[in-house]
Design a protein. Structure first.
Length: 471
């Protein structure tokens, strides 16, 4: 295979070069043929599976290099390609406990190498954070011949943490006839990373005595926790005063503690003496349900009690403020770091809060909308947006080849090997072109090299080509 490849390459180069400006130079054929024949003097043939040494074949002052792999290319690429794809090793599957709706996961490091054992850069489609459930991360490695190998890693985010539930305070009620009575229990509260449903096993009416109500909080992933509330129903003789309490009140919170005007209870009694009800109401009320117990006691010690429910709700969303509604920066790479500024959030009940946002670690070229979110304890949500623009106005940095000279043996224009310009830019690919003609006349010719990046920013550099007349 090595002999056939070199023979084919040699014959191809001989006939191709014959049509060029060097066709009249007989020494070229001699040198080329000597290069080829010297290759065949090697008595040692490569064994099966080995890669042959490269052979230099002179062509227009440059060298072309090939081996028995068939040139560059590979899976998904162009050209002959290398049959052996690169290898890739990915981290083991990971299972973690959820810390939020989206979770940071250290996935580990994947490694890759080509068929010669050279390390390669491994890329992956891993998101910045992982949702609940199973996410498949695909790693990919590509060798210089465009052969591609992929492998996957399973990231599983589970939620096995039950909610934290708080049952309402113990409740006392009165039965004037020793029969079961309805009791207003209040509401249990529960916190969890995920949505929570709260239920209880309370009967419609409660008998005289103690009844334990079990409250159950179940989150969206089926984890549950329980808390108990004691309901005490006391029997009070019908000879007790008749007590009328104000209606239940629902009010919007004005702060961490809210002042509520609860009204006045009234009581009448068969004993004829005036009865003044009293209550156990606090000076201010927290967010949630508070049960006020009113009590009326007559001159004979007969007592009547009733409850009034004060519910302080928090439906007011936090106030969120973004210091810079729009940020524009110049790209420093395909992904750029951006200083987003300061964001503040406050709430009537919770005070100063910390907001979250969906900003990526680095920003791509173009416009990215960042959404900031502040959620208070009651679940009220406020959002604000910020527009981040990453632009590329920076042209490539281009370096033209050094000035070159050529010689005309007959006074006519000649071909000159001018070399290759180089260019660097934050965005690839960078295309490099020049305005050079196929041949250069006697004298000085200026060649303009132009580098244009992927965002159409361009830069130029100049190369001087001098041809002297030796006719």
């Amino acid at each position: 295979m090595r002999i056939i490849t070199v023979l084919f390459l040699s014959l191809f180069m001989l006939f191709s070069t014959a049509s060029s400006a060097y066709a009249d130079d007989e020494s070229f054929f001699s040198e080329t043929w000597n290069s080829v024949t010297s290759y065949f003097s090697d008595d040692e043939e490569p064994e099966h599976g080995e890669t042959s040494e490269t052979t230099d074949v002179e062509h227009d002052g440059q060298s072309e290099i090939d081996d028995d792999t068939g040139g560059t290319g590979g899976t998904g690429g162009t050209g002959g390609g290398v049959a052996t794809p690169p290898t890739i090793t990915v981290p083991a599957a990971i299972t973690i406990e959820a810390t939020g709706v989206q979770n940071s996961v250290v996935t580990g490091i994947a490694t890759g190498s080509d068929s010669a054992g050279n390390p390669l850069i491994v890329t992956s489609d891993a998101p910045a954070s992982f949702p609940m459930g199973v996410t498949t991360v695909t790693y990919s490695v590509t060798d210089v011949y465009s052969n591609i190998t992929t492998a996957t890693q399973i990231i599983t985010v589970v939620d096995t943490t039950p909610p934290v539930i708080t049952a309402p305070a113990a409740v006392q009620a009165v039965s004037n006839d020793n029969n079961p009575v309805a009791v207003l229990l209040g509401s249990a509260t529960a916190t969890d990373l995920f949505a929570v449903t709260i239920t209880n096993n309370a009967p419609v009416i409660f008998p005289v005595g103690n009844t334990t109500v079990t409250w159950t909080a179940t989150d969206a992933n089926g984890n549950s926790a329980t808390a108990t509330q004691l309901v005490t129903v006391s029997f009070v003789s019908i000879a007790a005063p008749t007590l009328t309490v104000p209606a239940d009140i629902t009010i919007e919170a004005t702060g961490l503690a809210t002042t509520v005007t609860i009204g006045t209870a009234t009581a009448t009694d068969n004993a004829g003496a005036a009865v003044v009800p009293v209550n156990d109401a606090p000076a201010t009320f927290p967010v949630g349900a508070t049960v006020i117990t009113w009590t009326a006691t007559d001159i004979n010690g007969k007592r009547a009690t009733a409850i009034q429910n004060i519910v302080v709700t928090d439906t007011t969303a936090p106030a969120i403020s973004v210091q810079q509604a729009a940020v524009t920066v110049e790209a420093t790479a395909a992904q750029s770091t951006v200083n987003l500024g300061t964001v503040t959030a406050t709430d009537l009940v919770d005070g100063v809060m910390t907001s979250t946002n969906n900003a990526p670690v680095t920003f791509p070229l173009g416009i990215t909308t960042v959404t900031y979110t502040a959620t208070d304890i009651a679940g009220n949500i406020a959002t604000a947006q910020q527009q981040v623009t990453v632009q590329d106005t920076t042209p490539p940095v281009i370096t033209a080849p050094a000035a070159v000279t050529g010689v005309s043996q007959d006074g006519y224009a000649v071909a000159v090997a001018i070399g290759v310009a180089t260019a660097t830019d934050a965005f690839n690919p960078v295309s490099i072109t020049n305005d050079a003609s196929a041949t250069f006349p006697i004298g000085n010719t200026t060649v303009t090299w132009t580098a244009t990046d992927a965002n159409n920013n361009s830069a130029t550099a100049i190369q001087l080509v001098t041809v002297t007349d030796n006719s």
